[in-house]
Design a protein around this ligand. Sequence first.
Ligand SMILES: [Fe+2]
Length: 266
Amino acid sequence: MIDHSEKLFNDGYTIINSCIDNKLLKKIKDTINFKLSDINEIADKKPLPKLEDNFKKAILKKSQFHVQKILSKYLMDLNLIDEIFKSPKLLQELTKLLGPDLEYMTDFEMAINSRYTNKKDTYLIKKYHQEFWSGMGIEALQLWIPIVLAKDSGTMELIKNSDKWGHIPHENKEPVFLPKKIEKIVLQISEGSVAALSALTLHKTIKNESKNIRIALPITVKNTYYPNTNNSDLFNFRKIKKSYFTRLRKTLGNSHFSPFRTKKKF
Ligand SMILES: [Fe+2]
C-alpha cells in the first residue's frame, strides 16, 4: 500500500490509484455529453453525438473557456463533484493526507484538451506553473481527476520535487528561471485514479495530439482548519467531510455554548 503522505513529501506529487467507480465516471461523461448537446441545441430525444464531435461543434458556438465554465457549473449543480468525494478510497486517502475536516474549491474549471483546442491559447495549454501563483496555499492539495483519458491523449508534465524550491519567480505565467538539473515526469495515470500535487509543484499541460478528447477536473482540496498561507480565503469551498469536533460545533450553534439553546419554553 502506498503511503501517499510520504510519496507527496518525497516527490511533490502522488497518484491515488483506482479510487473512483466506473459507473460514476460514465455518469459524468454522459452528463458532459448531454450538456454539450444542450449547448449545440440538439433536440432532447435525438441520440447524443460522439463526445469529440459534440465538443468540436460547441466550441464553434462559444469559446472553449466558456464551454468549460458551463460544463463545470452543470456538474456542480447536479452534485456530481460531491459524488466523486464520496468515493470511499479517495475519501480515506484524503483524510490520511489532510485530516478529517475536508473541503473542495467550487470555483474549479474543467480542463479539456483535444485536437480542436487552440494550441496558441496559453490559458488552455498551460506552460510550467505553480498553483501558488493563482492564490492556492501550501496547506491545500491540487487534485487532477481524469474523466475521459484514452491512452494516447497525454496527461500533464511536472517537475519532481519542485515543491521544495519554494515560490518560483515568474512573469507572464511562466518561470523566469529554472535550475539546470530538473527531473521531468509525465504523469502516468488512467481513468478512475486521482493525482495530487502540492501548490508549489511545477506542472504544465501536455498537448493532446490524438483523435480522442481528454477531460480532467483540476480541483483544490484542503483541511477546513489549516491556516491559509495564500489567497484561499478569496475562493469558495464546499465541505466534503466534518470531524466530530466540527459536528459538535455545528450542533451547539455558537461559540459560547449557550445552555439549553433549543429547549422549549413552557
Ligand atoms: Fe495547474
